[in-house]
Design a protein around this ligand. Sequence first.
Ligand code: NAP
Length: 454
Amino acid sequence: MAIASINPADGKTIKTFEPLSETQISQKLQLAAETFRSYRLSTFEERASMMVRAAEILETEKLDFGRLMTLEMGKPIKGAVGEAEKCALVCRYYADNANSHLADRLVETNASKSYVRFQPLGPVLAVMPWNFPFWQVFRFAAPALMAGNVGLLKHASNVPQCALAIEDIFRRAGFPAGAFQTLLVGSEAVQRILEDARVVAATLTGSEPAGRSVASIAGKQIKKTVLELGGSDPFIVMPSAHLQEAVSTAVKARTINNGQSCIAAKRFIVAAEIYDEFERTFVAEMKALRVGDPLSESTDIGPLATEQILKDVAEQVKTSVAAGALVLTGGKRMDRPGNFYEPTVLVNIPPDSPASCEEVFGPVAMLFRVKDIDEAIALANATSFGLGAAAWTNDISEQQRFVDELEAGSVFINGMVASDPRLPFGGLKNSGYGRELSEFGIREFVNIKTVWIK
Ligand code: NAP
């Protein structure tokens, strides 16, 4: 894929970029390796003051950064500006907490003194997706840089201007030039970069095939990886739930970021007792969403990020309908320029159809009726993914069963799945492994060194 900013709202090319040559890539890897040698010796206080400066830049220029995200990948501007603010939050969180998360841990043994020390590893490659073009990068970079690592970003090929803007933020915040670099390269360059001895580890957020590829290359090199992949999150509603609140949250959880979120609720599993009422209000709220110009403050849903994503979503819906699924609303591309797809609700979904077993990355909701909590949990877990799960119930024993039995990296009761710098984030099964955010995220790319002194 060429490296290009193409406005998904009208299909017009804004800017194209030449991928880096082999020599340019090598120069950047060399700079990263050399910078690491001195940067790893900087103090937490020094790193924190630069990280806070990065947060201030994000806060001051959030409107510009938000506009850039919207122009490159089509998310509604309200969410884009909020994303820049959230990036500032993660910078401040790690500026405040990296020191305590990575402080030496004393352990009583038969030694005079024994303890655990956390030390940075070196240059870490981050292969990142376009859907949250700032947030995904900052939630990797803030802990990695605060731990004393240096970052190399291979961003998705459709958001090069976001990638360059992020590099510029770290530069202006005072980090040395080699502490965080953007590599404008296509995915075919990832193997060579990852095989280079100067790169010590990798994190990938993206699709399952990309994750499999990066993990197998890294595996051969015996390099650590963290994988944050796709999801088909269940959103379960039981009879004791506050129904109107559950419906409104369900619509938001499915359509946030134009439906292109790994933790978007995708399968709505509703108890038979309340199903008809849920379906009626859910469809009405999906129909009421305002689809249009993502730069307008009043837009709920903008275009899908690329023409290919729109084609993939349309194909998944078409194949599911051919297999027997019914469309209650939407179900096709909108008749206007840009990658707009109608907010869609499917029911009667056969178990083997794409809508049931694949991740649908657009504003398409799948509704399922179940007779009781056992069937709800069984259906929720009947997926190869295991990222997040939401369950709505005011019955305490049901809440406990969902917490215990849902196979997912997170369970949210009476809410929608979301990321928070203070809480770990990650998945099970084909949704990946490892964790980002919180104290767990910052310990992914460190040497956990045992020290024993007699
Ligand atoms: P993608 O096609 O996998 O791309 C993600 C990144 O991987 C891009 O930088 C891409 O580069 C690169 N890439 C693609 N194929 C590769 C390969 N074979 N080897 C090395 N790198 C490769 O995913 P996407 O369409 O951008 O993002 C959507 C996916 O990300 C969804 O599945 C979503 O659920 C997942 N996601 C997961 C999380 C999470 O935290 N679990 C968060 C957000 C998104 P190019 O752009 O150059 O192809």
